[in-house]
Design a protein around this ligand. Structure first.
Ligand SMILES: Cc1ncc(COP(=O)(O)O)c(C=O)c1O
Length: 377
């Protein structure tokens, strides 16, 4: 398709990459011209319209529709929220732990989500955790913990720790066989891994815009499979969780019949502008091409670092968009790379180097050279 951008054209949309090596998309995507412009647009709306609620709501609706399209869902299946934790809470608070108390999760979950599940213990939930063995998580590890008492099974699409892809489809099948619902945190994949919620079969899926979706912090999207939303109302709400937010009736708690019922107060407007700037770019690339491009760079970096004696902690059979490396002091290594304007993302005992369509082999060369020289010094 000729209107699609190739990696060189895509990179040109990011002047911030001139003189910098951005290997931190697992934390924050690179700054594009579109994003810089979108931030000016917010100022423009305030200057020209004063209190531009109509324009702003248009941005929120547009972002909702575009996220829905990205994952193969309907706009009415997507709630616009401010962070993934809020999305996890909304899903959990509409489940009845008295009937099915089990929550099955994994050590590979981002702590934000894991903490929401743990906090549900106050409401009667019982949390069971698939351990991080350092190897690829197999569906069997989930199977051992999923039984008919499980109400919710939570599995990240890719783990934030090392980018590995988890066996979501198998976990969904096992969970559904036992009557449990499945929550997928797709934050570490959305934007570089094609996602089709109908194929995944999950009941909930969350992502936000700041990482591979090339926006900013402050906005998250919760997909709720059509039909589920009617069952129990979430415990957190606000005027945007109403059938008619602008009806202003403090006595009327009418939850909409779609995923909007999971929304709360005033939506994150500046982040919706930023999310749309990201979608402007994401919609001009084919995510299957992106996945291929990214995995070639990931494999090359992993192999070259391994050859240098670096311990690569991203499993070869299930690598996602990042190469995590084990290091005694990842923050120090990240700071040394930052001196050369190589942006990376240390977390815990790992340093993560992550790729998008704007990265190329020169970024791999730069990372290998800088890490080798750091290790020799
Ligand atoms: C997998 C994953 N989930 C969630 C988050 C963020 O959660 P929240 O939006 O609650 O801050 C991150 C990173 O910031 C992440 O890597």
């Amino acid at each position: 398709m000729s209107h699609l951008l190739n990696p060189t054209q895509f990179r040109a949309e990011f002047p911030s990459l001139d003189g910098a090596v951005h290997l931190a998309s697992c934390s924050q995507g690179a700054l594009s011209s579109r994003l810089a412009y979108a931030l000016q647009e917010i100022g423009h709306s305030l200057r020209e319209e004063g209190a531009p609620w109509g324009t702003w709501m248009g941005q929120v609706e547009r972002a909702r529709e575009r996220f829905a399209r990205l994952i193969g869902a309907e706009p009415g299946e997507v709630a616009v929220l401010s962070c993934a934790s809020e999305a996890a809470f909304q899903a959990a608070s509409s489940l009845d732990w008295a009937r099915r108390p089990g929550i099955v999760t994994t050590d590979l979950e981002f702590p934000s989500i894991a903490h929401v599940w743990l906090a549900q213990q106050q409401r009667g939930a019982q949390v069971r955790v698939v351990a991080d063995s350092g190897e690829q998580v197999a569906a069997e590890a989930y199977e051992e913990l999923i039984d008919e008492s499980a109400g919710l099974v939570s599995v990240p699409l890719h783990t934030y720790r090392n980018g590995a892809r988890l066996p979501v489809e198998d976990v969904v099948r096992l969970a559904h066989e036992q009557g449990a619902r499945v929550f997928v945190d797709a934050y570490q994949g959305a934007g570089v891994t094609p996602i089709d919620v109908r194929r995944l079969g999950c009941d909930y899926l969350v992502s936000g815009s700041l990482k591979y979706l090339l926006g900013l912090p402050g906005i998250a999207f919760l997909y709720v499979r059509g039909g589920l939303e009617q069952q129990r109302a979430p415990e957190l709400t606000g005027w945007f969780g109403r059938t008619q937010p602008f009806a202003f009736d403090p006595r009327l708690l009418d939850f909409p019949g779609d995923a909007r019922r999971f929304e709360t107060g005033t939506p994150p407007i500046p982040s919706a502008y930023a999310a749309n700037a990201g979608f402007d770019l994401i919609e001009r690339i084919d995510l299957h091409d992106v996945r291929r491009h990214v995995s070639e760079l990931v494999d090359e970096l992993a192999e070259r670092l391994t050859a240098e004696g670096v311990k690569v902690a991203s499993p070869a059979g299930a690598r996602g968009p990042q190469v995590a490396i084990a290091d005694d002091a990842p923050d120090r290594l990240a700071a040394a790379l930052a001196e050369r304007r190589i942006w990376t993302a240390p977390r815990g005992d790992l340093l993560r180097l992550s790729f998008h369509y704007y990265n190329d082999r020169s970024d791999v060369d730069a990372a290998v050279a800088a890490i080798s020289s750091y290790r020799r010094s």
